[in-house]
Design a protein around this ligand. Sequence first.
Ligand SMILES: [Zn+2]
Length: 141
Amino acid sequence: MEDRQFCKIANHSVKTVILYENDSTISFLDHPPLSKWDAAVIPKTHFVNIYEIDCSTLNEATRVAKLLAVKLNEKYAPLGINLLQNNGEYAGQTVFHFHLQIISRYDDKYVKMPGEIALSRTVVDAKVLEPMAKEIRKTFD
Ligand SMILES: [Zn+2]
Protein backbone atom coordinates (compact mmCIF):
# COMPACT_ATOMS: atom_id res chain seq x y z
CA MET A 1 0.00 0.00 0.00
CA GLU A 2 1.47 3.37 -0.92
CA ASP A 3 2.37 5.80 1.86
CA ARG A 4 -0.36 8.30 1.05
CA GLN A 5 -3.14 5.73 0.85
CA PHE A 6 -4.23 6.43 4.44
CA CYS A 7 -4.26 10.19 3.77
CA LYS A 8 -6.57 9.46 0.84
CA ILE A 9 -8.80 7.37 3.07
CA ALA A 10 -8.82 10.16 5.67
CA ASN A 11 -9.96 12.75 3.13
CA HIS A 12 -12.39 10.35 1.43
CA SER A 13 -10.67 10.39 -1.96
CA VAL A 14 -10.38 6.59 -1.67
CA LYS A 15 -13.39 4.50 -0.81
CA THR A 16 -13.13 2.17 2.18
CA VAL A 17 -15.35 0.44 4.73
CA ILE A 18 -15.59 3.03 7.50
CA LEU A 19 -16.34 1.90 11.07
CA TYR A 20 -16.14 5.26 12.80
CA GLU A 21 -15.14 8.84 12.08
CA ASN A 22 -14.85 12.12 13.96
CA ASP A 23 -12.99 15.41 13.36
CA SER A 24 -9.50 14.01 13.95
CA THR A 25 -9.73 10.24 13.55
CA ILE A 26 -11.09 7.68 11.13
CA SER A 27 -11.35 3.92 11.45
CA PHE A 28 -11.94 1.38 8.71
CA LEU A 29 -11.87 -2.35 8.11
CA ASP A 30 -8.58 -3.44 6.60
CA HIS A 31 -8.84 -5.09 3.19
CA PRO A 32 -7.54 -7.71 2.79
CA PRO A 33 -7.61 -8.36 6.57
CA LEU A 34 -4.72 -9.81 8.58
CA SER A 35 -7.16 -12.16 10.28
CA LYS A 36 -10.88 -12.83 9.97
CA TRP A 37 -11.14 -9.08 10.33
CA ASP A 38 -8.97 -6.26 11.46
CA ALA A 39 -9.61 -2.57 11.80
CA ALA A 40 -7.23 0.35 11.45
CA VAL A 41 -7.57 3.54 13.47
CA ILE A 42 -5.69 6.48 11.97
CA PRO A 43 -5.36 10.19 12.64
CA LYS A 44 -6.66 12.28 9.74
CA THR A 45 -3.46 14.33 9.90
CA HIS A 46 -0.41 12.63 8.44
CA PHE A 47 2.10 11.36 10.98
CA VAL A 48 4.55 8.65 9.97
CA ASN A 49 4.95 6.94 13.34
CA ILE A 50 4.92 7.11 17.15
CA TYR A 51 7.95 9.41 17.07
CA GLU A 52 6.10 12.09 15.12
CA ILE A 53 2.52 11.96 16.38
CA ASP A 54 1.57 14.49 19.07
CA CYS A 55 0.16 13.19 22.36
CA SER A 56 -3.27 14.75 21.91
CA THR A 57 -3.79 13.04 18.53
CA LEU A 58 -2.37 9.79 19.88
CA ASN A 59 -4.73 9.94 22.87
CA GLU A 60 -7.73 10.39 20.59
CA ALA A 61 -6.71 7.52 18.29
CA THR A 62 -6.15 5.30 21.33
CA ARG A 63 -9.53 6.28 22.80
CA VAL A 64 -11.25 5.37 19.52
CA ALA A 65 -9.35 2.06 19.33
CA LYS A 66 -10.51 1.19 22.85
CA LEU A 67 -14.16 1.97 22.04
CA LEU A 68 -14.04 -0.02 18.82
CA ALA A 69 -12.25 -2.98 20.42
CA VAL A 70 -15.05 -3.22 23.00
CA LYS A 71 -17.79 -2.94 20.37
CA LEU A 72 -16.15 -5.40 17.95
CA ASN A 73 -15.53 -7.84 20.79
CA GLU A 74 -19.17 -7.67 21.93
CA LYS A 75 -20.56 -8.00 18.42
CA TYR A 76 -18.26 -10.60 16.83
CA ALA A 77 -16.92 -12.46 19.89
CA PRO A 78 -13.39 -13.28 18.69
CA LEU A 79 -11.27 -15.49 20.95
CA GLY A 80 -9.07 -12.46 21.49
CA ILE A 81 -8.01 -9.12 20.05
CA ASN A 82 -4.52 -7.71 19.53
CA LEU A 83 -3.86 -4.00 19.41
CA LEU A 84 -0.83 -3.54 17.16
CA GLN A 85 1.18 -0.47 16.23
CA ASN A 86 4.38 -0.78 14.15
CA ASN A 87 7.17 1.78 13.77
CA GLY A 88 9.72 1.32 11.03
CA GLU A 89 10.11 -1.23 8.29
CA TYR A 90 12.08 -3.60 10.50
CA ALA A 91 9.18 -3.62 12.99
CA GLY A 92 6.74 -4.58 10.26
CA GLN A 93 5.43 -1.13 9.34
CA THR A 94 4.28 -1.28 5.73
CA VAL A 95 2.13 1.86 5.57
CA PHE A 96 3.99 4.93 6.73
CA HIS A 97 1.03 6.78 8.18
CA PHE A 98 0.57 6.18 11.92
CA HIS A 99 -2.08 3.55 12.61
CA LEU A 100 -3.35 1.33 15.36
CA GLN A 101 -4.61 -2.06 14.25
CA ILE A 102 -7.33 -3.94 16.08
CA ILE A 103 -6.75 -7.54 15.01
CA SER A 104 -9.29 -10.25 15.68
CA ARG A 105 -8.01 -13.63 16.89
CA TYR A 106 -10.00 -16.75 16.20
CA ASP A 107 -7.79 -19.77 15.63
CA ASP A 108 -4.54 -20.83 14.01
CA LYS A 109 -5.82 -20.58 10.47
CA TYR A 110 -5.49 -16.84 10.99
CA VAL A 111 -2.49 -14.93 12.42
CA LYS A 112 -0.18 -16.58 14.97
CA MET A 113 2.08 -13.65 15.76
CA PRO A 114 1.72 -13.21 19.56
CA GLY A 115 2.61 -16.82 20.34
CA GLU A 116 5.67 -16.56 18.14
CA ILE A 117 6.74 -13.42 19.94
CA ALA A 118 6.16 -15.01 23.35
CA LEU A 119 8.26 -18.04 22.39
CA SER A 120 11.13 -15.93 21.14
CA ARG A 121 11.86 -14.07 24.40
CA THR A 122 15.54 -13.56 25.09
CA VAL A 123 17.13 -14.43 28.43
CA VAL A 124 18.90 -11.31 29.69
CA ASP A 125 20.29 -10.57 33.13
CA ALA A 126 18.34 -7.75 34.81
CA LYS A 127 21.71 -6.09 35.52
CA VAL A 128 21.95 -5.39 31.80
CA LEU A 129 18.53 -3.74 31.75
CA GLU A 130 18.99 -1.44 34.75
CA PRO A 131 21.57 0.93 33.14
CA MET A 132 19.31 1.17 30.08
CA ALA A 133 16.30 2.11 32.22
CA LYS A 134 18.43 4.56 34.21
CA GLU A 135 19.43 6.40 31.02
CA ILE A 136 15.77 6.73 29.99
CA ARG A 137 14.61 7.86 33.46
CA LYS A 138 17.24 10.64 33.33
CA THR A 139 15.57 12.08 30.21
CA PHE A 140 12.42 12.79 32.26
CA ASP A 141 14.26 15.02 34.76
ZN1 LIG B 1 -0.71 9.90 5.36
